[in-house]
Design a protein. Sequence first.
Length: 104
Amino acid sequence: MALVMGAAGGDGNVPRGALLRALAEAVARWRWEDVGSLRREGAAGMAPRQLSDAILVAAGFNGITRIADAIGIRLDAGTAETSVALRAETGIDGFAPPRKWAAG
């Protein structure tokens, strides 16, 4: 979790983990120049399909989350209840209106 939250450096014991973390962050923050630079960097050590899959997963997750937030989809009661600590640790509550976390 510290790696994902940027509190720790390194690769999380995942091949090319630091690159993948930076790539996911660049996609989530809409930093397209950074995505391009990271893609060129990744091309040196990843197969083209691996690199494009990583970008697609990051973009897909980001898009799905933004769509859900935009149309007001709330978490189901079970997920809202079991994710309280995780949301507090990651600060994720700051990315969506409070009503998202209220079961509806």
